[in-house]
Design a protein around this ligand. Structure first.
Ligand SMILES: *Cc1c(COP(=O)(O)O)cnc(C)c1O
Length: 419
């Protein structure tokens, strides 16, 4: 079930103050999630969440998470810069590598971040770009299918991330020869997984592999990084991950492999942390009846790409119409010249009039962050609903001046009024 923790009046008040569309985030809900996660893993004496910055890269959000004791997981130079400007440094930063410019390793090392290597070739690159640290993390890819019971939960063999087991054996030996003393192990095997057994199953694999690699290489296993992937219920009938059951499942796996403790646990949740505490607020501005019934809204895929990109479901409610029957079949569309710019297809909703305020749920992760400027459309504002009920603009909407900022339009700027 999507998150209905805010009444319609909050969205109406926000829309009275800020032009639609905008994403609204709920501070109280965000803090609640951070605290629940911490509590679910409180059995582990050394647990920390490294929020995946890419899910919601806004300093106001990162600062709240910092107050809640979280670190950050970054994967680019600008994400590192965001983390730095919010006061994160050293062991509160994880830098998860991918096929990235090598200089970004220098930056991550200068910040003192944990380096999470994606590939055996990254070892030489890291040595030349910042040096090999005493503690280094590696991403593991077990290949094949990832199953819980008989159900396939992911296809690591098709994923671009991580070392094979043989590469980990060789890579860790090389890292040791180059001065590393401790290692962490990371793996991301399934995305948006609401099965309470996902993290425990992943943990079981990583704990055993980490223990074996430590014994084989003589390096100390410092931490297991369970990465992201814990899912949220986008669909009305979807299961809501029980984070306490997840924590308990991981505890059981941990105690079976590490009865003496001593190995830290890290997570890098993005979606679970902020997805449900964000909503895209938009007005219905158009209706059209042809072979289907369409409602046009003032948001488009440039503000929320997931439906267009993945066919993702996002629940939609109409402010003030919660009690009306959902007896109208609509496609809810944006304004891009792109037929997949639809927030909903064949969705039963209450009758919608122009001017109605629509709330698109679960947009707090990989929502605004995936925004783009196709068709010259501008990215929206982001608004924080604070714990005291007030609103704070935490990112203004883009203006045409932002769109033109990277273009060389010379004297044409005057004609456009952009000077
Ligand atoms: C994207 C990503 C995450 C977060 O994933 P969610 O599905 O949002 O939890 C965590 N770690 C890494 C390395 C990632 O790339």
């Amino acid at each position: 079930m999507p998150n209905f923790s805010l009444p319609d009046s909050v969205f109406e008040q926000a829309a009275a103050r800020f032009a639609t569309p905008f994403h609204l985030y709920d501070e109280a809900g965000l803090r609640r999630n951070a605290r629940d996660l911490k509590k679910a893993f409180s059995w582990c004496s050394d647990f920390q969440e490294y929020f995946a910055v890419k899910a919601l890269p806004n300093p106001a959000i990162l600062r709240i998470l910092k107050e809640e004791g979280c670190g950050v997981d970054c994967s680019s130079e600008t994400e590192l810069m965001l983390a730095e400007c919010c006061g994160f440094s050293g062991r509160d930063v994880m830098f998860s590598a991918n096929a990235m410019p090598y200089e970004e390793f220098d930056h991550a090392r200068a910040v003192g971040a944990y380096i999470n290597l994606d590939d055996i070739t990254h070892i030489d690159i890291l040595e030349q770009h910042g040096g090999i640290p005493e503690t280094v993390c590696c991403r593991y890819n077990p290949g094949g299918d990832f199953r819980i019971g008989t159900e396939i939960m992911g296809n690591p063999g098709d994923a671009k991330y991580g070392f094979t087991y043989a590469q980990l054996q060789e890579g860790l030996r090389i890292l040791k020869a180059k001065g590393a003393k401790r290692f962490g192990l990371h793996s991301f095997l399934s995305s948006n997984n609401t099965d309470d057994g996902y993290y425990p199953a992943l943990a079981k694999i990583l704990f055993a592999v980490g223990r074996d690699l430590a014994a084989e290489t003589g390096l100390t296993l410092d931490f297991i990084n369970l990465s992201g992937g814990v899912g949220i219920p986008y669909l009305p009938d979807a299961h809501k991950t029980d984070i306490f059951a997840v924590g308990e499942g991981v505890r059981q796996a941990y105690e079976a492999v590490f009865p003496e403790g001593g190995v830290a646990i890290k997570t890098e949740l993005g979606r679970w942390m902020t997805g449900p505490i964000g909503w895209l607020v938009t007005h219905a501005i158009h209706h059209k009846d042809t072979y289907k019934h369409y409602i046009g809204v003032d948001a488009c895929a440039a503000n929320l790409m997931r439906p267009a990109m993945y066919g993702a479901y996002h629940h939609i409610t109409v402010c003030g119409k919660a009690d009306q029957p959902c007896d109208h079949l609509y496609d809810v569309t944006g304004c891009l010249c792109e037929n997949n710019d639809k927030f909903a297809i064949d969705r039963m909703l209450p009758e919608i009039a122009e001017g109605d305020l629509l709330v698109i749920h679960d947009t707090g992760a990989h929502g605004h962050a995936m925004g783009y400027n196709y068709n010259g459309r501008l990215r929206s504002a982001e608004v924080l609903h604070r714990e005291d009920g007030s609103f704070r603009l935490i990112r203004r909407a883009e203006t045409p001046k932002d769109y033109f900022a990277t273009l060389d339009i010379d004297e044409g700027a005057g004609a456009l009024g952009l000077n």
